[in-house]
Design a binder for this molecule. Structure first.
Ligand SMILES: [Fe+2]
Length: 390
């Protein structure tokens, strides 16, 4: 498998850019209704996305690149909780409380001699996402709520403008002074206080997260203010009915990274205040989607006790499938389709097949958890790196 994947990432269309309407000379992307067609507002651009887990790739660095991975494997309680959330496919209020308790006060080593001390997991912004292979909606009737029911983000974006809603109201305009940030119209590189996203991949055989090496971004040209309506999933007062986030234009100089087999023993931390990120569809996901739909059809028929006909077996070309985990998932789903119990065999055999098919279908659903974390970026030496989690 190659360590570079050629994939389409979603960017703001250049014709959607207007003047920012402030004295700072910055640009803004027009807000369109949330239910508007994706292609009206965004365009897919082919990008080279590097697998940073491949041998010889540079080590990630939060300070320099805007993102880095941290190790979550040493907490058994955390790993158990994450596995339970992954299996359930949603997060309960009790699990969210437990998760916050397990993370608060922890210290995570970062590269370059730094560490990140978690002060607080923000009450708002803890979100579980689920997305089917190749953009398939796993459950089209699911209701979007504050924590659950969110699909993977299709467009490249940055999560929060340090000068915008809701930070502006919550911190009475002091956020740019308190938080470390890099913004096109001014930065704060001195503060040790950071607002980061903690992004946990529960499973991402499909639709992985990609992040930009921030050193390759030209902020004044390609970073755009964007007002995101939030009425659909947040209950806020009228002056806070939108989130001020960032949208991005494509540029050939931008460098993108992903991880081809990341699980929840690791997580990303990235700068909430502007680090460009989004999910993308891997080459080969259309095959996973096809198998998923075949298995779904067969499961529904068999569960209803109907006699089914096995789909005709055609040779499948897997040469363009981007990653090894995706190739393995497609192969096992193809085998399951080929072994569907079509003849009159006993119910136990059918039940075993139904369970295996459900498991295989679930394995190609991307599931992730994300939360906003207020943290301190400190030297990784005692007493700064002392954990306060009891
Ligand atoms: Fe985001």
């Amino acid at each position: 498998m190659e360590f570079v994947v050629n994939a389409d990432l979603g960017f703001t269309r250049p014709e959607e850019v207007v003047d920012g309407n402030d004295a700072r000379g910055l640009k803004r992307a027009v807000t369109r209704p949330v239910d508007e067609e994706f292609s009206r507002q965004f365009e897919f651009r082919r990008c080279q996305v590097r697998d940073w887990s491949a041998p010889g790739q540079p080590r990630l660095n939060f300070r320099k690149m805007g993102f880095e991975s941290i190790n979550l494997s040493h907490s058994d309680s955390l790993q158990t909780l994450l596995a339970q959330i992954r299996e359930a496919g949603d997060i309960s209020a009790e699990q969210a409380r437990h998760l916050r308790r397990l993370l608060t006060g922890n210290v995570y080593p970062l590269s370059g001699g730094s560490c990140l001390k978690v002060l607080q997991v923000a009450p708002e912004g803890l979100i579980m996402r689920q997305g089917g292979p190749n953009g398939l909606k796993v459950d089209p009737d699911v209701e979007i709520g504050e924590m659950n029911g969110h699909d993977a983000a299709l467009a490249i974006h940055g999560d929060q403008d340090v000068r915008g809603t809701p930070l502006k109201q919550m911190m009475r305009g002091f956020a740019p002074w308190m938080f470390r940030h890099q913004t096109p119209d001014g930065s704060n590189r001195l503060s040790p206080l950071v607002l980061v996203n903690l992004w946990v991949p529960l499973q991402q055989v499909t639709r992985p997260l990609t992040l930009m090496d921030r050193r390759t971004l030209k902020p004044r040209e390609h970073q755009l203010r964007y007002a995101l309506p939030t009425d659909e999933f947040l209950d806020r007062t009228e002056d806070m009915s939108q989130n001020d986030i960032w949208a991005f234009l494509h540029d050939d100089a931008q460098q993108w990274y992903f991880h081809s087999h990341m699980a929840h023993d690791q997580a990303y931390v990235f700068d909430t205040l502007g680090e460009p990120h989004g999910s993308f569809i891997l080459p080969g996901e259309e095959l996973a989607e096809h198998c998923y739909l075949q298995l779904k059809f067969l499961r529904e028929k068999l569960a209803a006790g109907e006699v089914v006909e096995r789909p005709a077996r055609a040779a499948v070309d897997l040469s363009h499938v981007a990653t090894e985990p995706l190739r393995q998932a497609i192969e096992s789903m193809t085998k399951l389709v080929a072994s569907a119990p079509v003849d009159k065999i006993g119910q136990p055999v059918v039940d075993v097949w139904l369970a295996r098919a459900a498991e295989a279908m679930d394995s190609v659903v991307r599931k992730s958890l994300e939360m906003r974390v207020v943290a301190l970026l400190l030297p990784n030496i005692w007493p700064f790196n002392r954990s306060v989690n009891r």
